[in-house]
Design a protein around this ligand. Structure first.
Ligand SMILES: NC(=O)c1ccc[n+]([C@@H]2O[C@H](COP(=O)([O-])OP(=O)(O)OC[C@H]3O[C@@H](n4cnc5c(N)ncnc54)[C@H](OP(=O)(O)O)[C@@H]3O)[C@@H](O)[C@H]2O)c1
Length: 480
């Protein structure tokens, strides 16, 4: 059982935005209602709203998230406040308002400062908070920064420098919300609490690892943001690389944040420099396959005419360390794909000697494959070989399954887990400064290259050019 977290003020810079409305406010309400979180929210946006208008919008957001009713409305009235963000970067008035609210609600001075802002607004906000003396308080102060953290190695380094000018690393919580998903956390439990698997988790037993984050939707109304980012920055450098580090890391000395994050950094430092020949980029064209109505990426509002921004990226990486030498890690991500799927597939080596033969096949014993599913249904399945019943030596591949929702009912939203961790000061599921820079270092040559961007029809599994690269990824063969 977790101890009840300390009462605090939760300052959301960007409280009128999509993230705050769809994720942060519902998560804060849920944690207050179900976990006794004592939080007073001070939300800020560029618009000149009053408290009442902010509460009204927030009630709508909670209703849309399934939290209608009087309890949620009362929570909004009692716990939500608003201030217009300063255009001149002077956060002095915010500091005064915060102090007054803390006095009004008898809070002990603990503060979360959450940057739910467009990334280009991060530096001014961090400087403004620091200059207004908001990096320190009577209690604890924690700064939460949304992704993307920088847009390349240089900007991430500069942002880290600015953050460290005002805040210490143990105050900083860089969010990659994938790390808050139960299945991602379960990856470490799966590996380090089940010696059965950990004994096989190496180059002697594993043949390959495939990590997929596929979205069946397109870029939608986010064309302007996305056109400056693309699949490498938006997904590969962050979510997929975080998943890779959790699959590949060594057992930490403990589950303390520093120990876990140190092992993840070692993985990043062991990854061989990317070979551009092992990377395929793509951009979705008008819908075909399962998405006949999806418009071409280039036709979206906010996308530059003739844009070459990739909406698909596939790369094969090698972790040059004792455990993984020579084992390919295939990473792929795309928008406008055939299915929505986030999955880690670990394929084990086949039996060393083949004892089962088909009429025409030289060998019918398949490799065991472990699928760790993050989306749409959280859980895992392990494919094993069994004998078909009857007077036959035919084998069949069958799955051993575990579904989170079946076993435990409601699975917490990633943001519920992460916000609770922030309030409790647990940085394990947040990205350390070193991790974020090592990760950008890895992909910087790709960002500097002019690799071709192949068109693929929306509703497919990506460009045909990826097939050759992914020949060694048979679990992707369905789409290639
Ligand atoms: N949306 C998601 O699902 C999601 C998922 C993962 C990460 N993120 C990250 O979360 C952050 C916020 O995303 P979002 O989708 O919520 O963006 P958004 O809908 O555009 O909202 C941005 C918020 O920041 C405020 N704002 C805009 N420009 C500003 C400026 N120059 N200075 C100060 N405040 C400014 C806006 O206030 P007004 O509304 O008053 O203009 C609004 O409250 C981004 O870093 C994004 O990458 C979002």
């Amino acid at each position: 059982m977790r101890a009840r977290p300390a009462a605090h003020a939760f300052v959301v810079l960007g409280a009128t935005g999509d993230l705050a409305t769809r994720k942060l406010l519902p998560a804060l309400y849920h944690l207050s209602a179900d976990h006794g979180l004592e939080t007073v929210v001070l939300g800020g946006g560029t618009r000149d709203l009053g408290d009442e208008e902010f509460r009204r919008r927030s009630r709508e957001a909670l209703t849309a998230a399934g939290y209608g009713g009087e309890a949620a409305a009362a929570w909004c009235s009692r716990h939500l406040h608003y201030f217009p963000l300063p255009a001149d970067g002077n956060f002095g008035p915010l500091a005064s308002r915060l102090a007054a609210l803390e006095a009004q609600h008898s809070l002990p001075g603990n503060r979360v400062l959450y940057l739910a802002l467009p990334p280009q607004a991060f530096p001014a906000a961090i400087s403004g908070l620091g200059a207004a003396g908001l990096a320190h308080s009577r209690g604890w102060t924690r700064l939460v920064i949304e992704k993307p953290f920088g847009s390349d190695l240089a900007t991430a380094g500069a942002l880290n420098e600015l953050v460290h000018h005002h805040f210490t690393e143990d105050q900083v919580f860089r969010i990659d919300h994938y790390l808050g998903k139960e299945t991602v956390q379960n990856l470490l439990v799966f590996r380090f609490a089940n010696p059965l698997f950990e004994a096989s988790w190496n180059r002697d037993r594993v043949a390959r690892v495939e990590i997929t984050v596929a979205e069946d939707s397109g870029v939608g109304t986010r064309g302007r943001y996305y056109d400056g980012a693309g699949a490498i920055r938006d997904m590969l450098q962050s979510h997929l690389t975080q998943l890779l580090t959790l699959v590949a890391m060594e057992a930490p000395v403990s589950m303390a944040a520093d120990a876990v994050r140190a092992e993840k950094v070692k993985v990043l430092r062991s990854i061989r420099p990317l070979d551009p020949a092992a990377v395929v980029l793509g951009q979705y064209a008008a819908g075909g396959g399962t998405a006949p109505t999806l418009p071409a990426y280039r036709d979206l509002d906010g996308v530059a005419p003739g844009s070459n921004t990739p909406t698909y990226a596939a790369a094969t990486l090698f972790v040059d360390n004792w455990r993984w030498q020579g084992i390919p890690f295939h990473l792929r991500t795309g928008k406008g794909m055939r299915e929505r799927l986030t999955q880690v597939a670990v394929t084990f080596r086949p039996p060393p000697v083949c004892l089962y033969h088909g009429r025409s096949d030289p060998c019918v014993a398949h490799s065991n494959v472990l699928y760790l599913d993050l989306q749409p249904d959280e859980g895992f399945r392990l494919e094993i070989e069994v004998k078909e019943p009857g007077p036959t030596s035919r084998l069949r591949t069958v799955p051993l399954r575990f579904a989170y929702a079946e076993a435990f009912g409601r699975v917490p939203e990633a943001y519920e887990t992460l916000l609770l961790d922030v309030v409790e000061g647990d940085q394990t599921l947040f990205v350390h400064a070193d991790e974020v820079e090592e990760s950008w270092r890895l992909y910087q040559p790709l960002l500097d290259s002019d690799l071709p961007v192949h068109a693929y029809p929306a509703g497919s599994w990506g460009p045909a050019a990826a097939r050759d690269l992914l020949l060694d990824a048979p679990n992707w063969a369905a789409g290639g």
